[in-house]
Design a protein around this ligand. Structure first.
Ligand code: GAR
Length: 207
């Protein structure tokens, strides 16, 4: 059992902008979150978040679409080796647009966390904000959950509703969703750091 005074060691997985990774890093820097980002993994060399991670002095590991096409298992084995060396406690997906497979999930059972910009099980997939907007939803939101073998599935840790307001553009809704994510994800990781998230059967409870 980890000494709860020591920072939670996390690897953050990204594929794009990395704004949630930055929000997590800022929460740590400002003393709001007792964690340490020991590695940022990008699934794509074009991910803008890589430069941001490097500016913040974080270690990065970058894979290419070709790497995944050749062998996702090998990509994940490489990750797991690096995570074990860095004594990673939790793997935090923050806009990582790849499905995790058994190699990573069995190495970190119930310790791979995903963020999704909708109220799962509604609007799974890569365009959840747009899908909710186009469906005419009046309420959408965000979900933070433990990852399993299915994309955007697994026990839900936390959800927050985000309203779709009259006259919203898609960009307005994206901005509101991202603001909710940037606040909620560091808060939930803080609960993991305090060992206050428990899995009862298929359900997560926050103490
Ligand atoms: C976030 O909105 C996250 O919820 C979403 O990607 C965005 C990444 O933004 N993830 C998914 O859609 C997963 N299915 P960021 O790169 O700026 O953190």
């Amino acid at each position: 059992m980890r000494d709860l005074d020591t920072p939670l060691r996390i690897a953050v997985l990204i594929s794009g902008t990395g704004s949630n990774m930055v929000a997590i890093a800022e929460a740590i820097e400002q003393g709001r979150l007792n964690a340490k980002i020991v590695c940022v993994v990008a699934s794509n060399p074009r991910a803008k978040g890589i430069a941001k991670a490097q500016e913040m002095g974080l270690d990065t590991m970058v894979f290419t679409p070709d790497d995944y096409a050749k062998s996702t298992a090998e990509v994940e084995r490489t990750m797991v080796r690096a995570f074990r060396n860095a004594e990673v406690d939790y793997v935090i997906m923050a806009g990582y647009m790849r499905k995790c497979t058994a190699t990573l999930l069995l190495a970190y059972p119930n310790r791979v966390v995903n963020l999704h910009p909708a109220l799962l099980p509604a609007h799974k997939g890569a365009h959840a904000i747009q899908d909710a907007f186009e469906a005419g939803d009046k309420v959408t939101g965000i979900t933070i959950h433990l990852a399993n073998m299915e994309y955007d599935e697994g026990p839900i840790i936390y959800q927050r509703e985000v309203p779709v307001l009259e006259g919203d553009s898609l960009e307005d809704l994206e901005t509101r969703i991202h603001a909710a994510e940037h606040e909620a994800y560091p808060w939930v990781i803080g609960k993991l750091a305090e060992d206050k998230v428990h899995l009862h059967g298929d359900h997560c409870v926050i103490d």
